[in-house]
Structures are given as structure tokens and as C-alpha cells.
Design a protein around this ligand. Structure first.
Ligand code: ZN
Length: 79
């Protein structure tokens, strides 16, 4: 077991890469932009709502927000 695999696709990382491979870094940027835009219009959206609306999995959103300090409501039962 090691920490040198991509958190998103599981591919082995090259020297100097952290957490994500180059391809997934690009995907993360796109996903983050989509999530941010959605949150601007839906300030009280929950993780589940964001996931359903954007088509991005909850796991990926979680990874992205933990690395990028996006604040969202985490209670999935809140209206
Ligand atoms: Zn990857």
C-alpha cells in the first residue's frame, strides 16, 4: 500500500505529483467550476443536491471541497 496513486482514478502517480494525476487535475478544475457555479445559484444546496444537479459523484465533491475550502451544507436531509 502506498500514497502514490491518484485519488480519483487510482492510476499510479509520477514523481512530484500529489493526490491526483495530471488528467484528473484537469477534471477537478472543470468539476470545481461547475460546483462553484451551482453553489452561487443555490447557496443552501446539500452534497446530494449538488451531486444530482451536476452529475459529479458525492465522493469526488467531498474530495474537492476538502481541498478547496468550498463551504456547503452537509446535512443531506435539510430542505
Ligand atoms: Zn487520476
Amino acid at each position: 500500500m502506498n500514497d502514490y496513486t491518484c485519488k480519483r482514478c487510482g492510476n499510479l502517480l509520477l514523481n512530484g505529483q500529489k493526490n491526483y494525476c495530471t488528467k484528473c487535475m484537469e477534471k477537478n478544475k472543470v468539476d470545481l467550476k461547475i460546483i462553484r457555479e451551482y453553489l452561487e445559484k443555490n447557496k443552501n444546496a446539500t452534497l446530494m443536491e449538488i451531486s444530482i444537479a451536476t452529475g459529479i459523484s458525492v465522493k469526488i465533491i467531498n474530495n474537492l471541497i476538502s481541498n478547496n475550502s468550498i463551504e456547503i451544507v452537509k446535512d443531506p436531509y435539510k430542505l
